[in-house]
Design a protein around this ligand. Sequence first.
Ligand SMILES: [Ca+2]
Length: 75
Amino acid sequence: MTGGDGDDTYHVVEAGDQVIEGNGSSSGIDTVVTGRPSYTLGANVENLTLTGTSPTKGTGNALANRSSAMTERTC
Ligand SMILES: [Ca+2]
């Protein structure tokens, strides 16, 4: 998946999904949303949101990343 100028959100579902984001000044603030059990942010992507319900591992990159996790609970 390739973004471009502006803010992009990528939904990573399969292990082979790749995110390609430029490093230009107009490339924006980009986010990966994934339920994968483990994910490492690629170059030039700022934010990572983990949606899995099982324990997951998210790894940032050289940028000042923001990461968050969403979990579902049954009450
Ligand atoms: Ca972008």
